[in-house]
Design a protein around this ligand. Structure first.
Ligand code: UDX
Length: 436
């Protein structure tokens, strides 16, 4: 099939390349000339395992092209909208400028029978608002939310755990759902659940999934706060409750909390939308979820300060990690970088290292010192804090070797990812999050 993908960021670039890899002819369209130039050369503009390969293959096969010209969308039968919906400046609601602009720019290039498939995460009701404009061209608007995780984006796109398509009522919607099934044929062949809903439900599935995940993380972080007041160990607690299949251990990782381009802004936008709908109280708990999450960053900073005897001023602190999670160079709303910036604000001499995110981090926070080599970053540190659980720190860093590099053997494990016993045995003062 011929597809267009409008918006070539984390979502769109991966979607375009993944769709080409399953046999479609795909054009990726974005207004950012640099991004398009990089993608056209077959170079992934961000770090995402597996993307480079499918990008190069797609371009070499001739099935995948990128352009800034929206006119290239004509001739495609399905047009995916994958532009960003960031948090509004000065507010919590989602900024729909890019979605509106993408749809407006696409309208003149639509033909009778085309499908416009929104993938961006939008406030419920957005699709219903856009539909008349799309339908006036003879095309049909559907909403097909994307659940990909950064770091696993290629795999999640090609082999998702479910596909959700919100369609309009009636025959028009049924036909649109059939076309989307055809687009995602390999998943269909594998028996991946394909859930057809109305537009509002599809929009809500996405935000409620993210709200649930954020709530799960904040729940365990709230338990970490209680553990800290009682001497209990939140990691054992998570293991124990996680054995209950109804609860499950995943996303019960207590630490400095969630960040990234999705969970924080999505729960805020959801709360803002619920207020508009007169149902603010229904998701009022999301404000607590957000507050708990932000408190954990502060807690990590306090642990460092306390371990340093009450002040970080003039102390050398090495921050291991900058990305909001491992296997990503994304620093959007990164708790890791926030912790580094807060320590810097307290007068610490902060050195940050990260296997992938230094370039992005140094652009946004040039006031911090960045070092590529982990061991060099550890050199003569008074305290070390792990804030992104990369294997380079979690598995590959020996407490004995690291101990020979630092000035003070203080380690704060902001992700509860280290073997506390091994670090203590090597003479370190070890502090976890919600652990004695
Ligand atoms: C998330 C959703 O998982 C995905 O389905 C959606 O499409 C986009 O938003 P992503 O932002 O890539 O994906 O990251 P995710 O893996 O969900 O992690 C989010 C944050 O939560 C990270 O900062 C991570 O470190 C943190 N986290 C995750 C925890 O603090 N504890 C956990 O147990 C799990």
């Amino acid at each position: 099939m011929r597809l267009s993908v409008i918006g070539c960021g984390y979502l769109g670039a991966v979607h375009a390349a993944a769709m080409a890899s399953i046999g479609h002819e795909v054009v990726g369209i974005d207004v950012d000339e640099r991004k398009i130039a990089s993608l056209s050369r077959g170079e992934a503009p961000f770090f995402e395992p597996g993307l480079q390969e499918i990008l190069s293959e797609g371009i070499a096969s001739g099935r995948l092209t990128f352009t800034t010209d929206m006119g290239a969308a004509s001739g495609a039968s399905v047009h995916f909208i994958g532009v960003g919906t960031p948090q509004q400046q000065g507010g919590y609601a989602a900024d729909l400028t890019y979605v509106n602009a993408a749809v407006d720019a696409l309208l003149p290039h639509l033909s009778e029978g085309d499908i416009v498939a929104g993938k961006s995460t939008v406030p419920v009701g957005t699709a219903a608002g856009l539909a008349p404009r799309v339908e006036a061209t003879g095309a049909t608007l559907v909403w097909n939310p994307e659940f990909l995780r950064e770091g696993w984006a290629v795999q999640d796109t090609i082999d998702p755990d479910r596909l959700v398509v919100g369609v309009p009522a009636g025959e028009r919607g049924e036909r649109a759902a059939e076309i989307l099934r055809e687009v995602y044929h390999p998943a269909g062949a594998k028996g991946t659940p394909f859930i057809v809903t109305d537009l509002a439900t599809a929009e809500l599935v996405k935000v409620s999934a993210n709200a649930f995940l954020a709530t799960k993380i904040s729940f365990i972080n709230a338990m970490a706060e209680i553990a800290e007041a009682t001497g209990a160990d939140v990691t054992q607690l998570a293991d124990a409750i996680g054995h209950d299949a109804r609860i499950g251990r995943r996303f019960l990782g207590a630490g400095i909390g969630f960040g990234g381009g999705c969970l924080p802004k999505d729960i805020r936008a959801f709360a803002a939308r619920a207020e508009e709908l007169g149902r603010g109280e229904s998701v009022g708990f999301l404000r607590e979820v957000d507050a708990i999450n932000l408190r954990r960053r502060e807690r990590a900073v306090d642990l460092v300060v306390d371990a340093l005897g009450g002040s970080a001023y003039g102390k050398k602190v090495t921050v291991l990690g900058a990305a909001f999670k491992p296997h990503s160079d994304d620093i959007r709303d990164s708790p890791a970088l926030d912790v580094a910036v807060r320590l810097h604000g307290l007068g610490a001499a902060v050195t940050v290292t990260d296997p992938a995110a230094i370039e992005n981090a140094s652009r946004v926070h040039p006031q911090l010192t960045y070092v590529t080599d982990r061991d060099e970053a550890l050199q003569s540190a008074d305290a070390v804090i792990v804030v992104t659980e990369w294997d380079e720190y979690r598995r590959e860093m020996s407490p004995v070797d690291a101990g020979s590099l630092v000035a003070g053997k203080i380690i704060v494990d902001g992700r509860n990812c280290l073997d506390a016993g091994a670090w203590r045995d090597a003479g370190w003062e070890y502090y976890g999050m919600g652990r004695p």
